[in-house]
Design a protein around this ligand. Structure first.
Ligand code: GDP
Ligand code: MG
Length: 604
């Protein structure tokens, strides 16, 4: 294929605006798949993606289309549909020269539409605005076109009104792809230079890398090098995706396809990395980043006997997702487990759900935490860590205020788009989450866009759900990383009759300490059974007690029920009580059942 007849593009949209449906139509119209009910949303492969309507792993398809007597090769590069995967979205976009921006004719511009638009805009891509679902009764394409013009400066007249469901005007979308998106500027005569924009693991063939060639060519037998790992491999197979792998003799500059070369782990073909020929090293493409976990959670098997099953399930899942970080961890109460790092909250939920669906593993996932930083002032600690700034993901390692000049917390810039009737409630919610307003714009007569700088920690627990319920589901939310800011952080301990319960220690913002302390004390009070003596449940910062609950004494006399007499029944009851005690952990003289830890530590 001559390069001038190639178009590389993506479809970007807010969730549910019709990206997958449009992709299906494009595949059908170009004869890539046949029209049946079964292959609805062929590009969404994982069960969790179908259920949640989001694309987790990008899928790519090459389409052949003939227009005005010329044959075109159109490479549709699918992007993940959620903020947590923004890095992957931006990598996929750098394999493209243009995008189709899909907006629902009824819902209008939403938070993810804005975020996706800016990713495409910053990558200097051609943007084809498309208003979808015009067949809906409440569709108001005019209003949406005005929003698009106001926010993105794309002329109203450029919008194509379509129904992806019925196929209306979808042909025009393909024609615009050909006319408005430039072909890639890539030359086969240059040395091989290819971007890895996705990588998946296959049990039989190892890692399959999705690549876009910016120069040169590649075929079986070639020796290639990954710029980031500097490892060399011999190519076993190359081909195009339709969307199943279809081997070809070669891949040329400007093309998009897959490559198999004996990589055994997805970390060997990192998203964003550049590959080149062993013979002719080139400057790697800019923008490579290693996945950076922003949300951490402990993960434990419900029963320790399940540990090995869970371990192999986690290993299998991480084979396909190099962005999850895994560290072994253990808790006196919950036994052996892991501390996992995720890109964001949804990423964590998707991982957990895949674990359950695909591997049938039941797990306890602890409440998520974020990576705090401390700038050390104590010479002794600086020497110990070998650096001045440390990242704290485990409260046990939280350095004391006296040896620290500053604590820092991660922040995000959040975008909320909402009908203006909910604005008051949403502003109150944002303020309660310590957020600072950055911007407020009316995108039309009834809809506003709010921008807030949030501490990430305030968003990871139930912000999204609260926002949705406050706005009857109408507000949408998206965010981007906004670096670290100074924060007044404290370590909070919990005590039972004066003894510290290590696994409950937590780092909180000073302004939130009282509320968190009180809530945890209350939950502990409900979860710990009464014992023969009174129990003081306390939350403390250093030596200062900030919250307290008291659990009254109770005479737990199991024998009282069996009015004397039956000895064997008595023995049975005593035995049962002893077994119950085995599941207890002793803190000082207080017995705490494992369930109590789960209740307190678990994500609500
Ligand atoms: P995605 O999340 O952007 O991939 O959205 P989907 O393609 O999964 O579509 C979300 C929902 O909108 C599905 O129930 C689709 O059937 C529906 N949908 C998509 N396009 C249209 C359309 O043109 N008209 C109507 N009425 N529904 C559509
Ligand atoms: Mg989809």
């Amino acid at each position: 294929f001559p390069v001038e007849n190639i178009r590389n593009f993506s479809i970007i949209a807010h969730v549910d605006h019709g990206k997958s449906t449009l992709a299906d139509r494009l595949l059908e119209m170009t004869g890539t798949i046949t029209k049946t009910e079964h292959n609805k949303q062929v590009l969404d492969k994982l069960q969790v993606e179908r259920e949640r309507g989001i694309t987790v792993k990008a899928q790519t398809a090459s389409l052949f289309y003939s227009y005005e007597g010329i044959n075109y090769l159109l490479n549709l590069i699918d992007t993940p549909g959620h903020v947590d995967f923004n890095y992957e979205v931006s990598r996929s976009l750098s394999a493209c020269q243009g995008v189709i921006l899909v907006v629902d004719a009824n819902e209008g511009v939403q938070a993810q539409t804005v975020a996706n638009f800016y990713l495409a805009f910053e990558a200097q891509l051609a943007i084809i605005p498309v208003i979808n679902k015009i067949d809906l009764k409440n569709a108001d394409p005019e209003r949406v076109e005005k929003q698009i013009e106001k926010l993105f400066d794309l002329p109203e007249d450029d919008c194509i009104r379509i129904s992806a469901k019925l196929g209306t005007n979808v042909e025009r979308v393909l024609q615009h792809v050909i006319k408005k998106i430039p072909p890639p500027s890539a030359h086969t005569s240059n040395p091989l230079k290819a971007l890895v924009f996705d990588s998946t693991f296959d049990h039989y063939r190892g890692v399959i890398a999705s690549i876009a060639l910016f120069g040169g060519q590649v075929q079986k037998g070639d020796k290639i090098v990954f710029a980031h790992t500097r490892k060399t491999y011999e190519v076993n197979e190359v081909g195009i995706l339709t969307p199943d792998e279809q081997p070809t003799h070669k891949l040329y500059a400007g093309q998009v396809g897959y490559l198999i070369a004996g990589m055994k782990e997805v970390t060997e073909a990192q998203i964003g990395d550049t590959l080149y020929s062993h013979k002719e090293p080139v400057e790697p493409l800019p923008g490579f980043k290693l996945a950076k976990p922003m949300v951490f959670a402990g993960m434990y098997p419900i029963a320790q006997s399940e540990y090995n099953n869970l371990k192999s399930a986690v290993e299998k899942l991480t084979l396909n997702d190099s962005s999850v970080t895994v560290h072994r961890d253990s808790s006196v109460a919950l036994g052996a487990g892991w501390r996992l790092g995720f890109l964001g909250l949804l990423h964590m939920e998707v991982f957990n759900q895949r674990l359950e669906q695909e591997y049938n593993a039941s797990v306890i996932l602890t409440a998520p935490t974020v990576p705090y930083k401390a700038v050390l002032s104590s010479a002794k600690l600086i020497k110990e860590y070998g650096k001045e700034e440390i990242i704290i993901i485990n409260p046990a390692e939280f350095p004391d205020k006296n040896s620290v000049s500053e604590y820092l917390e991660p922040t995000i810039l959040g975008t909320v788009i909402t009908p203006d009737v909910y604005m008051g409630k949403i502003i109150t919610l944002c303020q309660a989450r310590r957020a600072v307003q950055k911007d407020i714009i009316y995108i039309d007569e009834q809809r506003v866009m709010l921008k807030y700088l949030f501490p990430l920690n305030e968003v990871v627990v139930d912000f999204y759900d609260t926002l949705k319920s406050l706005s009857s589901g109408y507000a949408s939310f998206d965010y981007e990383d906004a670096g670290y800011q100074a924060a007044d952080l404290v370590k909070m301990d919990f005590l039972l009759n004066g003894n510290t319960v290590e696994e409950l220690a937590t780092v909180v913002h000073k302004d939130k300490a009282y509320a968190v302390g009180k809530a945890v004390c209350e939950r502990l009070k409900d979860a710990i059974p009464r014992q023969l003596f009174e129990i003081a449940i306390q939350a403390a910062i250093g030596n200062k007690i900030i919250a307290r609950e008291t659990l009254k004494a109770y005479r737990k006399d199991v024998l009282a029920k069996c009015y004397g007499g039956d000895i064997s029944r008595k023995m049975k009851l005593l035995k049962r009580q002893a077994e119950g005690k085995k599941k207890m952990r002793k803190i000082g003289n207080v017995e705490v059942p494992k369930d109590a830890f789960i209740t307190v530590l678990k994500r609500q």
